[in-house]
Write a protein that binds this ligand. Sequence first.
Ligand SMILES: Nc1ncnc2c1ncn2[C@@H]1O[C@H](COP(=O)(O)OP(=O)(O)O)[C@@H](O)[C@H]1O
Ligand SMILES: O=P(O)(O)OC[C@H]1O[C@](O)(COP(=O)(O)O)[C@@H](O)[C@@H]1O
Length: 320
Amino acid sequence: MKANLSVVTVTLNPALDLTGLLDELKPGQVSLVNQSTLHPAGKGVNVAKVLAELGAKVTVTGFLGEENHTPFADLFLRSGIEDAFIRVPGATRINVKLVEQDGRVSDVNFPGVQIDDAAFAALTEKLIKLAETHRVFVISGSLPRGVTPSQCGSLVARLTQLGCKVFFDSSQQALAQGIQAQPFLVKPNETELRELTQLPLTDIASLSAAGQTLQQQGCRNVVVSLGEQGLLWFDDQGCLAALPPKVELVSTVGAGDTLVAGLCWGELNAWPKSQTLSFSTALAALAVSQVGVGIDDLSQLTPLLEQVKLVDPMDLVIKG
Ligand SMILES: Nc1ncnc2c1ncn2[C@@H]1O[C@H](COP(=O)(O)OP(=O)(O)O)[C@@H](O)[C@H]1O
Ligand SMILES: O=P(O)(O)OC[C@H]1O[C@](O)(COP(=O)(O)O)[C@@H](O)[C@@H]1O
């Protein structure tokens, strides 16, 4: 049977990422940027771009400010992505990413447009319609002003009730509410998991216990990403861990989104878990070796895939 490669990504709070590469950031002083880019981004937009480049049939939705939606619309057109974003008054935020020579990133994320009840109702309606023809949804990122964590949770719940598989990646209260709605997969990073559990989680035993608890609360798959230290994947069979390959670090912005895209691609293709894990770990490593997300050349993935190690979770070394 041919795989159904259709997917919808939902970005409630997209952003134009203004990335500056500089030698060193000097807080409180003047810092000179050597190179800069401004590109359409935000969590679900990044996931969509990677999935489209892999060969998925992608529809994007969420909220876009009508004042500066053109770069997004251009990206979707170029990438063959179906644009189902709801336009709202105002301008989509610009997030500033300052990348120093050693790879350290300082993020300045702005709040985003104001969403009213009518726009939220329009999005809910759009998602219900899309659920008639799609089975896999990715809901990613923070919330714009006017959207409550419980409304975000209600989107996860609604799609799940309609029989859809929801990949969910958010933070703070939205993450907590989304988890209660039992998405198919949730991907917190280490910091998000600490905030959620209010625990220090400084070693592999406590991280594993936290991941397992989330899984037992009803998220079928829990993927905890640990930056360069790798990732843990919990399901009802237990836990698998992956160690990423060593790559020349350029920017970690978009690593998590690329990982989510890889996990989703594995699901769309019904791959075994180990194949999905290796593939998404290699894909995320590729993302950190560049500015922004995307796969310019898929052949770059082969050497990285060879270096990914699937290991026992207890073999991961946590820096804390
Ligand atoms: N320096 C790195 N080298 C190789 N892979 C990395 C590196 N940083 C991140 N990754 C990969 O990207 C994944 C997501 O990164 P992480 O920083 O945990 O997510 P997020 O961007 O959501 O905070 C990690 O689990 C890892 O596989
Ligand atoms: O939705 P949030 O949490 O405000 O984050 C938005 C930011 O995250 C990014 O999607 C990058 O995310 P990751 O580094 O976690 O993959 C940026 O493109 C964007 O500026």
